[in-house]
Design a protein around this ligand. Structure first.
Ligand code: HEC
Length: 133
């Protein structure tokens, strides 16, 4: 019995350590100038836009980023890179243009969404939704 408890505690510690390492492994994004200055022009009805963004997020993003945007979607376990946590102060410091680039252009395991979300309004909808998380 005692050995079992020890093994379980050790396993838990190891799992926690590997998760922390995974989170720290995050490399900074290099946002091209063209994107840095981009801003949302679809601001007439923000509630409507965010509603639309919420649907797009559930369809395209939640599988990896999780419903709450903390990076715990059902597919997250299969990823080599940590998808990030949209709820942190650090994430909220990103400019809209930077979020646009990361969300729509992507890199490596973060897919490109230029084809799947072809309309600019949809792209900004999903960005505005991510900012509410
Ligand atoms: C297949 C899994 C997957 C899907 C689906 C996905 N992402 Fe990602 N996302 C990632 C991964 C992995 C990263 C980290 C990539 C890196 O750092 O190289 C990431 C990073 C990001 C980042 C940067 C986070 C940060 O803190 O640096 C944003 C923003 C983002 N994704 C938005 C989105 C949006 C919006 C959608 C839906 C339109 C989406 N992602 C769909 C896997 C995914």
């Amino acid at each position: 019995m005692k050995t079992n408890k020890l093994v379980i505690s050790l396993m838990t510690i190891l799992l926690m350590m590997s998760f922390t390492l995974w989170q720290q492994d995050k490399k900074p994004w290099n946002i091209p100038d063209k994107y840095k200055k981009m801003t949302n022009t679809y601001t007439d009805d923000m509630d409507d836009l965010i509603d639309y963004g919420s649907d797009l997020y559930a369809k395209h993003c939640a599988s990896c980023h999780g419903d709450d945007g903390i990076g715990d979607g059902p597919k997250a376990d299969e990823l080599k890179s940590y998808p990030g946590d949209f709820t942190t102060d650090e994430f909220k410091k990103n400019s809209d243009g930077a979020i646009y680039y990361m969300s729509i252009v992507g890199r490596d395991e973060m897919p490109n969404f230029e084809k799947k979300i072809p309309d600019e309004e949809g792209r900004w909808a999903v960005i505005e939704y991510v900012k509410t998380l």
